[in-house]
Design a protein around this ligand. Structure first.
Ligand code: SAH
Length: 236
């Protein structure tokens, strides 16, 4: 009990300044919609990871979509972000992040930065995030927005993520948000022992796959749900 109290106190002292920059003000026009999104689309559907829920309650999702769509930023579907790409449906972001079972200490690789929203959720729930985006303008915009929101622990690289980010490997968790036809071998190699990777696989019909490595490096695969992501370009 004492330990819990002490830890919360440390967090109150240390975390508030850090969060205030990122959190949207409670009085902004989106506050109600943001809470409703989390209650109805995320908690009601069974996501219970507290960090994911807290991150999505506070992140200004309207800043991650083009201004023409800011009014729809909290709706239950993906939205276009230009260059034929999309920001994922909020529930999918929550579901995939929860599956990574982050406890705050991890180094995470994301392939497909897109708007940067998923990277921001990861930035709240992991120690460091390395995210790669192949469309240069999207890459630059999301890097700028993440820096503006204060995410010093999120690193965005422009380029093809098919071969991962070998200089920073291994990663405790890997999340792929564009669908390859089969799981890129290099990504499996860059997953740390006891690591978890979540990746949509397939061309027309895609399945979300959870790939885990045990403490001796043995790999296991589990097919989860049918999903629809933009294809991973090149490298297939
Ligand atoms: N995680 C994003 C979702 C973006 S959609 C978000 O929260 O908004 C998937 C993204 O993957 C697109 O922006 C697309 O350009 C990118 N992508 C596709 N193939 C890629 C590749 N080989 N390497 C890196 N990014 C890729």
């Amino acid at each position: 009990m004492k330990k819990v109290l002490f830890l919360s106190l440390v967090c109150i002292l240390n975390c508030e300044g850090k969060m205030s920059q990122r959190q949207a003000p409670q009085s902004d026009g989106y506050f109600e919609r943001r809470q409703k999104m989390v209650e109805q689309q995320i908690v009601a559907r069974g996501v219970s990871d507290e960090c994911v829920i807290a991150a999505m309650r506070s992140l200004p999702r309207e800043r991650f979509v083009p201004s023409a769509y800011s009014d729809r930023a909290y709706e239950d579907y993906p939205l276009p972000i230009g260059h034929n790409q999309t920001i994922s449906q909020p529930y999918i972001v929550a579901y995939m992040t929860e599956l990574l079972q982050l406890d705050g200490a991890e180094k995470v690789l994301e392939i497909g930065t897109g708007s940067g929203y998923q990277a921001a959720v990861l930035g709240e729930c992991a120690a460091a995030v390395y995210s790669i985006e192949i469309v240069t303008p999207l890459c630059n915009e999301s890097r700028e927005l993440l820096a503006d929101l204060g995410y010093e622990n999120v690193h965005v690289r422009c380029g093809d993520g098919y071969d991962g980010w070998p200089e920073e490997a291994p990663f405790d968790a890997i999340i792929v948000t564009a669908a390859p036809v089969s799981v890129p071998q290099k990504l499996i190699e860059q997953l740390a022992n006891n690591g978890r990777m979540i990746v949509p696989v397939g061309r027309f019909v895609q399945n979300l796959m959870l790939i885990t490595k045990d403490e001796s490096g043995r790999i296991a695969e589990e097919k989860l749900i049918a999903v629809r992501f933009v294809p991973m370009t090149r490298g297939d």
